[in-house]
Design a protein around this ligand. Structure first.
Ligand SMILES: NC(=O)C1=CN([C@@H]2O[C@H](COP(=O)(O)OP(=O)(O)OC[C@H]3O[C@@H](n4cnc5c(N)ncnc54)[C@H](O)[C@@H]3O)[C@@H](O)[C@H]2O)C=CC1
Ligand SMILES: O=C(CO)COP(=O)(O)O
Length: 320
């Protein structure tokens, strides 16, 4: 048995996929009304309509229903994870906790596994991340992601428990690389969307993706990530998906920025807060991140995209 905390799109998709192979899954949400709705409809009509729950998936609004010791997947947006743990951490102690979120916390500069280690030292943190849209996972379309956990034996055990016939997990002990790949690619996806929204062309997007990947590597390697993790599913793989699909909320947010349109503030766009958090960390560490810096300028109301592009294009010429 496993548990999933958070009944958003991603948590629900993982719960459906894992339950579909016969594993018992208990999905918790803080919203009792939503839980009652899901229990009756046997689907999450708010986030993944039309994708029925397997019989092995149950829902609860009481986090204390989660049995002691079983692995818990935490699919809560990065900037909300501290609040969630603050309110419910006592129920999550002494067990594997698999972060299923992508970002860097604005207030601390920490990624999901470091934050979990700080807040619940008795738990063993892991992270599940990589190129995967929730709807694809829930529909049973083929998907491959990275599972990272510093404890190699536990990582292998979780890999077996969470892999399904359509969701294939690759394992690594490099939690830093996995979580930074997932966080940083969202920032570059906002930039790629902006370029496309502004009509600057697919060649410009390819340049943003490639130079964005160079930025991701600079930051992640400086923080101890392994290059092969960045080149894998959680880095290059997710960068590719998120910078090329309007299914991505980060990319769609960028499209709106580039077109000068508004965007629904209730939609989870992890890259926005992460861009600010990463830029602060990069400037403390004297790491050059011009694309991230341009995204932050856009977020702070710098509407002259042409001026930002000119700034990127007029940087000193250098080796690749
Ligand atoms: N949607 C997708 O296709 C994918 C999402 N992710 C990642 O999964 C994470 C979650 O994203 P989604 O599920 O799409 O977001 P979502 O916006 O659909 O759902 C977020 C969930 O978190 C809950 N939540 C928010 N604050 C909370 C709090 N303080 N306490 C308890 N619960 C709280 C909400 O009630 C909601 O159920 C993000 O980090 C995202 O980057 C990763 C891969 C795919
Ligand atoms: O991380 C994702 C796909 O791997 C989902 O991307 P968005 O959060 O931009 O929708």
């Amino acid at each position: 048995m496993i548990a999933v905390c958070g009944s958003g799109a991603f948590g629900t998709a993982l719960a459906i996929s894992i339950a579909a192979k016969g594993t018992k899954v208990l999905m918790w949400s803080r919203d009792a009304e939503h839980v009652a709705e899901m229990a009756t409809a046997r689907e999450n009509t708010r986030r993944l309509p039309g994708l029925p729950f397997p019989d092995t998936l149950q829902v609860t609004a009481d986090i204390n229903d989660i049995p002691v010791g079983i692995p818990v997947l935490l699919s809560i947006p990065m900037q909300k994870l501290r609040d969630m743990i603050g309110a419910h951490g006592a129920a999550l102690e002494s067990r594997p906790l698999v972060a299923c979120c992508k970002g860097v916390e604005l207030t601390s500069g920490l990624g999901p596994t470091s934050l979990l280690s700080e807040l619940i030292p008795s738990a063993t943190p892991a992270i599940l991340t990589g190129p995967s849209f929730a709807a694809d996972i829930a529909r049973g379309l083929p998907t491959a992601v990275t599972l990272a956990c510093a404890d190699a034996d536990l990582c292998k055990d979780l890999q077996e428990q969470l892999t399904t016939p359509t969701l294939r997990l690759y394992r690594t002990t490099d939690t830093t690389g996995a979580e930074l790949g997932g966080a940083l690619k969202n920032v570059i996806a906002i930039a790629a969307g902006t370029v496309m929204g502004a009509g600057l062309g697919e060649s410009a997007r390819a340049a943003i993706m490639t130079r964005g990947y160079a930025e991701m590597q600079r930051m992640a390697l400086a923080l101890g990530a392994r290059p092969e993790t960045l080149a894998g599913l959680s880095g290059f793989g997710d960068l590719t998906l998120t910078c090329t699909s309007a299914q991505s909320r980060n990319y769609s947010f960028g499209l709106s920025l580039g077109r000068g349109e508004g965007f629904d503030g209730s939609i989870t766009v992890e890259g926005a807060a992460t861009a600010r958090a990463v830029l602060k960390r990069a400037s403390d560490m004297q790491i050059d991140m011009p694309i991230t810096s341009a995204v932050v300028a856009l977020l702070e109301g710098h509407h002259d995209l042409r001026d930002l592009m000119d700034r990127l294009l007029s940087r000193p010429l250098k080796e690749e």
